[in-house]
Design a protein around this ligand. Structure first.
Ligand SMILES: [Zn+2]
Length: 101
C-alpha cells in the first residue's frame, strides 16, 4: 500500500483558501435558514466552511449568501456568540440582520 492517504480539503468561504477539513469550522442552516455552527458535522444538507482566522470577522454578507445559495436568512445567535468569543469585542448590534416577515 504505497498510496498517499487522502485528506479531505475544504475552502474557507471568506478567504477562499483550501485547508484540511478538520481545521475548518462547518456551518450549516437550521430549519429557519439561520446559519449555525456545526463543529460535529451533524446537520444535514449543504454546509459551508470557515477557517479560524476568518471566524472572528464573519458577517452576514454576500459570501454567506453565495455559500448557501441564497437560502440563509441570518446568523444564528449561537454563531454570533462564537464569532464574538474570538473577536473579544462584544458585537454591538452590527450583526442584526433579522428580517421579520
Ligand atoms: Zn479563511
Amino acid at each position: 500500500m504505497g498510496r498517499t492517504h487522502h485528506i479531505p480539503h475544504r475552502t474557507c468561504l471568506v478567504c477562499r483558501s483550501r485547508q484540511p477539513k478538520a481545521t475548518l469550522l462547518r456551518l450549516a442552516l437550521d430549519e429557519r435558514g439561520r446559519v449555525v455552527p456545526d463543529p460535529r458535522q451533524v446537520h444535514p444538507g449543504r454546509g459551508a466552511y470557515v477557517c479560524r482566522d476568518c471566524l472572528g470577522g464573519l458577517a452576514f454578507d454576500r459570501r454567506i449568501q453565495r455559500a448557501f445559495r441564497g437560502r440563509a436568512t441570518s446568523l444564528s445567535p449561537l454563531l454570533q456568540r462564537w464569532i464574538g468569543d474570538r473577536d473579544e469585542t462584544p458585537p454591538d448590534g452590527g450583526f442584526q440582520e433579522d428580517t421579520q416577515p
